[in-house]
Design a protein around this ligand. Structure first.
Ligand code: NI
Length: 184
């Protein structure tokens, strides 16, 4: 089922998401299927459960539509349940980010270049994996959502000032997006 995406300004996006309850796999599997459907129909490359109003630690990333810019993302898709960053590089890099909860705004953000993450995949198998380049960036962006953070919190102050009006408009629902949105 396609779900509405909560916009910047919604309380659920600022919560510290709970660990996913592994005793109810059926419910989690359904949530993941709904998130995948929602992400695909919104043409996004990543979605965290809080963005569909469910404050639990589940995220998906899908780079398969980004292969023009990043050919190595050809087969890149991950489902992560209860992900934990166990290592991050001291080296940082800058990429422009956007977010389905913040339509129409893109801004450069600096983050660690590489991370190692422990998580359960969509089959509930434990995985430890290292990511770099844009794959790493997509995951870091979604991980932030699980801690109630958003990429616009991390942009340089001068840029932040430039987008503040737009952010205000989004938080009042004054935007147009080609997918269904909601504010709480
Ligand atoms: Ni986002």
């Amino acid at each position: 089922m396609k779900l509405p995406i909560y916009l910047y300004g919604s309380k659920v996006l600022r919560e510290n998401a709970q660990e996913a309850d592994l005793s109810d796999r059926e419910k989690l599997t359904q949530l993941i299927a709904d998130m995948e459907e929602t992400l695909a129909s919104a043409d996004g490359c990543g979605l965290a459960a809080p963005q569909v109003g469910v404050p639990v630690r589940v995220l998906i990333v899908d780079g398969r539509d980004l292969t023009d810019a990043y050919p190595y993302l050809k087969d890149f898709k991950r489902v992560m349940i209860n992900p934990v960053v166990v290592e991050e590089s001291r080296e940082t890099c800058d990429y422009s980010e956007g977010c389905l909860s913040v339509p129409g705004i893109y801004a450069e953000v600096r983050r660690p270049e590489r991370i190692r993450v422990e998580y359960l995949n969509g089959d509930f198998e434990k995985v430890t994996e290292e990511f770099d380049k844009f794959a790493c960036r997509m995951i870091q962006h979604e991980l932030d959502h699980l801690d109630g953070k958003m990429f616009v919190d991390r942009v340089a102050p001068i840029r932040r000032k430039m987008i503040s009006k737009k952010l205000m408009n989004i938080s009042h629902g004054k935007i147009s997006a080609h997918y269904k949105t909601r504010l709480d």
